[in-house]
Design a binder for this molecule. Structure first.
Ligand code: FAD
Ligand code: NAP
Ligand code: SF4
Length: 686
């Protein structure tokens, strides 16, 4: 339902706060949704400008109120990595015209983020207020001299003016996350004794001068967003009183909007991972609302319209920033506007194809939407040759190929032996902190419906069903079988595999050995170490678990706070045969969270073992040539997987060509990112 009350914009009643325009005086944003800054890697790619222009234009077309680009350095010293994107010359500005024109053509608005990486830069020319190395980068920074600070301010101002020439509607000055500006503000990284160090007046001088001079240079009718670190989450960060003082100064200096930054990159508290509850930090922005009068943007783990609407309706902020949800679904805003939220491809907060890619210097994408950042090469055009297609297996691989083949106009039948679609995602969604996986199944269910895919559940397909079905194309997406290692006593009644625990809910005793420390070993341990409601569903419990002080009396929100951990209902021992750190192969940006959670639950990690046998006494193994026995109630096998492709060979022997995707194709190192990517790419070609 739409209301056209007193404005030129249609406002859906259900999300009336989201769709209330925001008047900035000299310009109006059509809604309260900002696409937050994200580096994609396209910035540095060959023909990257053309690709990134398409990428932003799709999001503008999708209805977002304002886009903020990935960080652009104002100088070589400010690079995040060697040869990363910068805007220092008119030539750079001319290239960006491609982006601003594309966005404006779609009716959107776009600001360019100016990011000086400071000591987080991954190159030898990095600078910082003091010569202190960050714990997450290998280079020690040079200390900026007074002349260097002046030059840095000039670089920011020059960059802002060039962005204006490039046609941007404004800039976002990145003052949070532990980058250069933040490094000046915090005692942790600023040990200077000149007028940019020492007391707080001095430490906040840089951002204030930056904003004042930028405003002077760009005039009144240009958006300046300042991204303020409202909660540092590191020792010796800012106190709340200091953050408020800075916010007021920023307002006076001429900023149009303040955006919320939560946590430095080196903080050991998760801020955007899937296990962080939705909207877990909007209370911080809400506190700031009482202190300043310019609009405030809040962020972090807001991914669905209901959450965004609630945050705005409760007055926590004036705008919502979402970044990854726009990789997952460029149409997010338009779908919310037409109240088709069940059609939104929800960001599940996994980081697997976005942040993990960026950290590995790969172009970003999205696990649930492989088209993200690949808009110029992966497209799902309507077919002019309608085919009858059978897909066996409705896991991530099967669901994605079915949905897109259906969308392209093929006649698709999707079979699954189970009573519901989703495959292993139905298991993954039960892990505490992985509840978002429900959303992916909901999304595909709706897509299958919309594109008239015939779904046949409780249907174990046999070779003859496929031969007799007269299909033009047969796709095998039957997934995997859990691997059962050859250990003496593997048939013992104490032994369960991960499906017995997660799917068939077999009872598990109080002392447990988990064999295998891959993603599933970690997830099973997490499942067994929790009881009752997952903290990812309860903001206050989650904040306590990670030692965050909601009253903000503690400096940085954490100093002196003791975490309150619910003890594990079981003693858990995780085993692996190989050397090295547990969880080293988990996601680059999330592995440490899983390790930290299990350590807090006192899970014991035991590596470099060989399994001898399992019997009534327990698990016998050798470590350092010493024979050991662990008395346990159960052994849970999480030792990887092998392809489940029984249908393939008999069909091929009869000369029938099949496509094999997902786990059925290659089980080693299979994840949903590969399964969905393979499904989507096959569907695009059928
Ligand atoms: P599956 O999901 O295994 O689906 C195969 C489907 O085929 C099943 O539904 C099965 O019933 C059906 N089937 C098989 N044979 C037949 C037949 N003859 N007739 C009809 N139907 C048949 N991946 C990630 O990327 N990130 C994660 O965080 C993550 N967490 C996980 C947590 C857990 C606990 C588990 C178990 C897995 C997790 N995964 C994760 C892995 C991810 O779920 C798999 O990589 C993905 O599901 C593989 O997709 P698939 O479509 O190939 O196979
Ligand atoms: P995996 O990551 O390959 O791990 C398998 C584990 O089993 C390893 O720790 C291995 O350790 C052990 N192992 C292998 N063969 C064994 C044998 N014969 N005997 C005893 N131990 C053996 O596989 P997985 O945990 O099953 O996960 C499957 C896929 O799902 C993964 O590729 C992963 O990407 C995905 N997943 C991802 C996440 C995530 O959070 N991103 C979560 C869950 C699953 P040793 O060789 O050292 O003994
Ligand atoms: Fe969200 Fe995962 Fe996609 Fe990143 S890869 S945008 S976290 S769903």
């Amino acid at each position: 339902m739409l209301c056209t009350h007193n404005t030129n914009f249609d406002i859906p009643m259900k999300y009336k706060h989201i769709f209330e325009p925001l008047d900035l005086g000299f310009t109006t944003l059509k809604n309260r949704i900002l696409m937050g800054s994200m580096h994609t890697g396209l910035e540095e790619e060959k023909n990257g400008f053309e690709k990134i222009a398409h990428y932003y234009a799709e999001r503008a077309k999708g209805g977002v109120g304002l886009i903020v680009t990935g960080g652009i350095a104002p100088s070589i010293q400010g690079w995040t990595g060697p040869f990363s994107a910068r805007m220092t010359t008119k030539k750079h500005a001319r290239k960006h015209k491609l982006i601003t024109d594309a966005v404006h053509k779609e009716g959107g608005k776009i600001c360019m983020q100016i990011l000086h990486a400071g000591r987080y830069g991954y190159h030898p020319f990095i600078v910082a207020p003091s010569k202190i190395k960050s714990p997450i980068t290998p280079f020690k920074p040079f200390k900026l001299k007074q002349s260097g600070i002046k030059r840095t301010i000039h670089d920011f101002v020059n960059c802002a003016k060039l962005s204006q020439e490039a046609g941007y509607d404004g800039v976002e000055i990145m003052g949070s996350e532990g980058y250069l500006i933040n490094e000046f503000i915090a005692k942790r990284t600023n040990k200077r004794t000149d007028n940019y160090g020492g007391d707080y007046e001095n430490r906040m001088r840089l951002p204030i001068e930056l904003i004042k001079q930028t405003r002077e240079a760009v005039g009144k009718e240009f958006i300046i967003i300042y991204r303020l670190s409202m909660l540092d989450l590191v020792e010796k960060g800012s106190s709340w009183e200091e953050v408020v003082q800075l916010a007021k100064e920023i307002e006076n200096a001429g900023a149009t909007i303040i955006n919320t930054g939560i946590g430095w990159h080196e903080a050991r508290i998760p801020t955007i991972a899937t296990s962080v509850p939705r909207a877990a930090f909007t209370w911080v922005t809400q506190k700031m609302k009482q202190e300043v009068s310019i609009p405030l943007i809040t962020s972090n783990r807001i991914n669905m319209p209901e959450t965004a609407e609630k945050v705005l309706a409760e007055g926590h902020a004036d705008m919502i920033s979402m970044a990854r949800p726009f990789l997952a679904d460029p149409e997010w805003v338009n779908k919310a506007k037409s109240e088709k939220e069940d059609e939104i491809n929800t960001c599940i907060g996994c980081n697997q194809a976005c942040l993990d890619h960026v950290f590995l210097q790969k172009v970003a994408s999205c696990l649930v939407n492989p088209r993200a950042c690949h808009e110029t090469e992966l497209n799902y055009y309507k077919t002019d040759k309608k085919k009858k297609i059978a897909i066996v297996g409705a896991g991530p691989a099967g669901m994605s190929v079915a949905a897109i083949a259906g969308q392209r106009g093929h006649k698709v039948t999707l079979f699954d032996a189970d009573k519901e679609i989703g495959g292993q995602f139905n298991i993954a969604k039960q892990i505490p902190g992985k509840e978002e996986f429900y959303e992916t199944i909901r999304y595909f269910k709706k897509q299958l419906e919309l594109h008239n895919v015939i779904v046949k559940l409780n249907r174990r397909v046999a070779v003859d069903d496929l031969i007799n079905g007269n299909f033009d194309e047969i796709i095998i997406a039957t997934g995997i079988k859990p691997r059962m290692p050859k250990i003496e006593g593997i048939e013992h009644s104490k032994v369960l595999n991960y499906l017995d625990v997660l799917k068939f809910k077999k009872p598990v005793g109080k002392r447990v050995a988990v064999i295998g420390a891959g993603g599933i070993g970690f997830d099973v341990s997490e499942y067994l170490a929790h009881e009752g409601e997952s903290t990812s569903q309860n903001i206050d419990a989650w904040l306590k678990e990670w030692g965050i002080d909601k009253s903000l009396k503690s400096r940085s929100g954490i100093e002196g706070v003791v975490s309150e951990i619910e003890p594990s209902p079981r003693e858990i021992f995780m085993f692996k045969r190989s050397k090295g750190k547990f969880g080293a192969k988990l996601g680059k940006t999330t592995g440490w969270i899983h390790r930290s959670t299990l350590k807090k639950k006192k899970v014991q990690f035991i590596n470099e073992v060989q399994y001898t046998k399992i019997d009534d006494e327990g698990l016998h193994y050798t470590q350092n040539k010493e024979q050991k026995l662990l008395k346990i109630d159960n052994v849970i096998i999480c030792a990887g997987q092998t392809p489940f492709k029984e249908l393939v060979t008999p069909l091929e022997e009869k000369g029938i060509k099949v496509h094999v995707i997902g786990g059925a194709d290659i089980a080693a190192e299979l994840d949903a990112k590969r399964a969905i990517n393979q499904g989507c790419r096959l569907a695009a070609e059928l």
